[in-house]
Design a protein. Structure first.
Length: 184
């Protein structure tokens, strides 16, 4: 069994911890058993609370790169633009020391990072638009598209905004929900 998803690791850890805690319970003296029972009861609650905090505040960390159909979207989901810029600057600094590059290293690394992000955004836009074009009579929410395309709803929302600005999709309200369709 291949374990590549952080959620699977959390589940395995919680299950093993609870199993060992239950086994250790019978070996404890009676005066400690009551306190340990509270620990055994509240430990899973703590794990669940931590999980939902992570889910609410930073859901992209719960996905492994292999969970994405295109692993470049993993880079975008985790906002790795700064990392790309820093690594580019490092490489360019090394090259500057070797060959004496005269250009502004920071400006070059930022250009590389911006271009990388632009390419990722274009790929996301194409993926969203292709999916929508295959279903021209349907209206989509950013949440529904995110779930279907395995992208965060924020990424899909940004992609839909770019596509709407480019005139390729239109948005409207369906009661209290914003939906998007391809332009016909």
């Amino acid at each position: 069994m291949k374990v590549s998803n952080p959620l699977t690791i959390i589940a395995i850890f919680a299950g093993v911890a609870e199993s060992f805690a239950t086994g250790a319970l019978v070996l404890l003296p009676e005066q400690m058993q009551e306190k340990f029972i509270y620990f055994v009861m509240f430990f899973p609650v703590l794990i669940v609370v931590c999980f939902f905090l992570i889910l609410a505040l930073k859901p992209q960390v719960l996905y492994a790169p292999s969970d994405f159909s295109n692993e470049e979207h993993y880079l975008s989901a985790n906002n790795l633009k700064e990392v790309v810029a820093a690594q580019t600057a490092k490489v360019l600094n090394e090259e500057k020391q070797k060959d004496g590059l005269s250009s502004d290293i920071k400006a070059l690394s930022n250009k590389v990072a911006e271009r990388t992000v632009q390419i990722l955004e274009e790929e996301m836009d194409k993926k969203v638009l292709d999916y929508m074009l295959a279903r021209p009579r349907e209206a989509f929410t950013n949440r529904g598209l995110g779930h279907t395309l395995v992208m965060s709803k924020q990424q899909v929302l940004e992609s839909l905004a770019r596509l709407e600005n480019a005139g390729k999709v239109v948005s409207g309200m369906d009661e209290n929900t914003r939906v998007w369709q391809t332009k016909t």
